[in-house]
Design a protein around this ligand. Structure first.
Ligand code: AMP
Ligand code: MG
Length: 307
């Protein structure tokens, strides 16, 4: 078996392995954050795989560009890509790499921060609906409505400043939010949005390394935030919030993918691969031109030729 065939086999296996099966309880510590998904991968070796991943990313860039053109031309479907992950997990870099080949006209990236007062004057889903991709577009959410069941679930006191009706912030409250999210996504999917949700899964040790790197390299100082360090102390709470979120919101219509992200090349190539595969599965076609339309095109051609 050639290395290419091995990679192909593993890649296919991985994609299925990475999907959170709806209704199944996930234990994040059972998900590999590194490059070696299984023994077969280890046998191939990291460097060989890295080369293959670069080639795969390049191939996917071309597929993605073509898929986007079709998406744009047919103007029926939208693609919504949701990226979640702890600080330093590589959300920005993934967007930059994966989308580097697509036409910026058909692609919109929105990063969600702490909600503004205008945003908290509305229900929690409002600001996300405003940023949804139009038909024909790819929309990327760098953080998303899932923050409202992650950072807010870890720090429920945030709700005190969000004009949310009073009451206990127990399971009933959070279950209502998961339900809202599922209903929201169901509406989108039923009306032609392909939703792809990725969790960039890094280890706590890798986050420590990346934060330290920001402190050791002058050009990276700007990236360091004391807030990231503060949130790191809640690592286990976040892992817990993610696990419940996966259980409640990984659905047949819009499943979650848990992406090993300690190695950036692994995360990027896997995500590019899943996006390409899923857009291709929409089986898009360029718009059909009617017999009438073809005649008009013929006339136009004649006119231009005879000038
Ligand atoms: P960054 O992605 O590093 O620019 O940071 C954005 C910050 O905004 C993170 O600390 C998030 O936790 C926070 N954030 C994003 N969405 C929400 C939300 N819905 N409620 C509260 N904080 C949020
Ligand atoms: Mg940050």
């Amino acid at each position: 078996m050639t290395k290419h065939e091995v990679w192909q086999m593993i890649k296919e296996k991985n994609i299925r392995k990475l999907m959170v099966i709806p209704g199944k309880k996930v234990s994040l510590n059972r998900f590999e954050t590194g490059w070696a998904q299984n023994d077969e991968l280890k046998k191939v070796g990291k460097d060989a795989l890295k080369d293959r991943a670069a080639a795969l990313l390049e191939a996917n860039r071309i597929v993605l560009a073509e898929a986007q053109e079709l998406l744009w031309a047919s103007n029926i479907y939208s693609v919504l890509i949701v990226l979640q992950g702890m600080d330093t997990s590589g959300k920005d870099g993934t967007i930059k790499h994966v989308m580097s080949g697509v036409n910026p006209q058909g692609c919109r990236v929105t990063s969600f921060k702490v909600p503004t007062s205008e945003e908290t004057d509305h229900t929690f889903l409002w600001r996300y609906t405003r940023a949804l991709p139009a038909k024909g577009e790819i929309g990327i959410f760098n953080r998303s409505y899932y923050e409202d069941v992650l950072v807010v679930r870890v720090h429920p006191e945030i709700l005190d400043n969000q004009q949310v009706p009073p009451g206990k912030r127990g399971d009933t409250f959070w279950n209502a939010r998961y339900e809202d999210i599922n209903a929201f996504e169901r509406h989108l999917v039923q009306n032609g949005t392909l939703i792809l949700k990725f969790f960039l899964n890094i280890s706590k040790e890798e986050q420590r390394r990346r934060l330290l790197e920001r402190l050791e390299n002058k050009d990276k100082y700007w990236k360091f935030s004391l807030l990231d360090l503060a949130e790191r102390r809640y690592w286990d709470n976040y892992q817990g919030a993610y696990e419940i979120m996966f259980l409640k919101t990984s659905t047949e219509m819009a499943p979650w993918y848990i992406i090993p992200a300690d190695y950036k090349w692994v995360a990027r190539s896997l995500i590019a691969e899943i996006i390409s595969q899923k857009i291709q599965m929409l089986d898009l076609r360029f718009p059909h031109v009617s017999a009438e339309g073809l005649k008009e095109l013929e006339k136009a051609r004649e006119e231009l030729n005879s000038e």
